[in-house]
Write a protein that binds this ligand. Sequence first.
Ligand code: ZN
Length: 176
Amino acid sequence: MAPGRNRRVLLYGNPLLRQKAAKVSAVTDELRQLIADLKTTMLQQDGLGLAANQIGVPVALICVNPRAVDVDQDTISIINPEVVETEGLIEDEEGCLSLPDIYEVIARPARAKITGLDETGRPVTLSATGLLARALVHETDHTKGILFIDYLSPSRRQLLAGRLEELAHREKLSCG
Ligand code: ZN
């Protein structure tokens, strides 16, 4: 398999970010390459996590970097992620590689249980707390076409309208 490539991260406004990602039915070489690309892109662009549709492939695949939140664990990739259990709520600042320079405080579960498949296609269950739980829930949202700004109040969202428009314009230019 070729080493992972650092791919362009789609920005707000790209319709792929709003598309519900397709479930993966088999771990193929193509998927393994996508996992490698996703990890490389996340690490090289200093992301805490990344979903495959953010690099233009609408399949249900996410990765997170626990080291970015001080959890000493290698990068985790999850295929077909689902949040199956949550507990509590914590408000904290959140950002996204598809919405550069936008940081907003939103509530996320204090603890979350996520199920899916690991890179080899075996079922996996992950329990996380704090920022790692936040990252996993944020990335799982991406696979449903949900962005973190969707949780903002209409008035907060209104304050961002100009910057969102600017991002959508930039994305349009990138797509040609
Ligand atoms: Zn994101």
